[in-house]
Design a protein around this ligand. Sequence first.
Ligand code: PLP
Length: 388
Amino acid sequence: MAPVTTTAVRFAPPVIGRGEIDEVVAALESGWLSTGPRVRQFETAFAAYTGAPHALALNSCTAALHLALLAYEVGPGDEVVTTPLTFCATANVAIHTGATPRFADIDPHTWNLSPAAAEAAVTTKTRAVVPVHFAGRPVDVAAFRALATRHRLALIEDAAHAVEAVSAGRKIGATADVTCFSFYATKNLTTGEGGMLTTASDEVARFARTASQHGISRDGWARYKELGSPHYDVLFPGFKYNMMDLQAAIGLHQLAGLAARTARRESVWGIYDEGLADLPLGRPAPVPSGDVHARHLYSVLVGPESGWTRDDLIAHLATRGIATSVHFRALHLHPYYRERYRLTRGMFPEAERVSDQIVSLPFGGGMTDDEAWTVVDVLRRAIPGRTR
Ligand SMILES: Cc1ncc(COP(=O)(O)O)c(C=O)c1O
């Protein structure tokens, strides 16, 4: 079949404006590249944006998740309950502490970790529950808070997808014991690589800040500012998880441009919702009132009723110049977790169904309506509609 379009629609290109570029140049010219004044400014702005008392800029969401677990002294012999429908980092950080990830199935409607399934997975060894706001859809924070309180667990939210999300009127970032954001290149707010940890706890914030800089009592900027005081103490063996001023330079302007990019995402979301409404594809469910979806990924489920397998449809879209991605193959279907924790297909049937059928369409704050309609057009030609 001849291609119907030659337009290449990229998956999620970053939106970088003059502000980001000029600020990076200014940072380069400032004579201070690593963690310094721009990181502090970015942290202050992000704390104000989320309403969280503390924000700590890091080099990734993975680092934030790791420090969050360590802050709650999660370690060998402990268990951490999370969803299998996530990026491997969510589970890997638990393993890095010496703990065991315990998966629980997702809710078939929201594709988020089911609070009931999570509760059933809690044992006497469980120390933390880590729900993921999948694709930007906020979890039912109140349900997870109640679960955490009942079982005395730390509530750590993986908000890699959730800059902009709101659960029952409360901004994600100010709802958990610790919230962990990603600023990876495809995210709603990017610094290339990067992350942010937010918390209301002075103690967690103090630990995480020190742990992110080798366990050193004073960071490099503080030592530099206070001329003549080069000394520091190593309080414990920490990590090298700090964010650079070069990254924060991008982040500051990305934060300021969030509303404009969100408006673009809303527009593309609306086109997909409208254009795909009568096709036999599973689409993201609307959120209840009081919640705000962060619109990070627009993923559809390609089931047998579509006439396609997911992977054949991905290949077909690629021949039409349309880039897609898969978020995610359920973790228990990957060799490491399957073999190490003796997990088998059939244990988490809802996550497996989504894992087998899901594909993320091109989506992002830099996408035009025309590009979105191109994707819709190609899908409509490939998949017969219910009403046609
Ligand atoms: C759900 C989820 N958690 C954690 C991460 C890790 O984020 P980072 O790459 O910033 O470490 C990602 C990355 O995409 C993710 O999708």
